[in-house]
Design a protein around this ligand. Structure first.
Ligand SMILES: [Zn+2]
Length: 129
């Protein structure tokens, strides 16, 4: 069991709106044990639990042991997330931080979650929580 979460890494799926089960299948096809993210947030705002809390993630090289991985479905290089997704993400991040610490909130990299993701709005909203 992991004791301390240092932060949270935000991703997009770079795909259409798919379930955590579908991403789980994709990741297994790559030879991984299971889905690499801890949570998936669908276009309608539903939060789907994914990888177990018992295990480190497999979503951001060098950060997997200390960072919770959250993936929003969609391709934010081409379109923004839905307002429902952003709202659910803000609530989820606030909840995780109040329970687990997880102070640092980071993008995966420049193109993930993608330039259409409203990073400034999201970071401000999370701070206000
Ligand atoms: Zn990513």
């Amino acid at each position: 069991m992991i004791g301390i979460w240092k932060g949270i890494v935000i991703h997009h799926s770079a795909s259409h709106d798919v379930s955590a089960n579908t991403i789980d299948r994709w990741h297994k096809e790559r030879g991984w044990q299971e889905i690499g993210y801890h949570f998936v947030i669908r276009a309608n705002g539903d939060v789907e639990p994914a990888r177990s809390w018992e295990r480190a993630g497999a979503h951001a090289k060098g950060r997997n042991r200390e960072y919770i991985g959250i993936c929003l479905t969609g391709k934010f290089t081409e379109h923004p997330p839905t307002p429902e997704q952003v709202t659910s993400l803000i609530h989820l991040v606030r909840g995780l931080r109040s329970r687990w610490g997880a102070e640092k909130i980071e993008k995966h990299h420049d193109q993930c979650p993608g330039p259409m993701f409203p990073w400034a709005f999201f970071s401000e909203a999370v701070k206000r929580g």
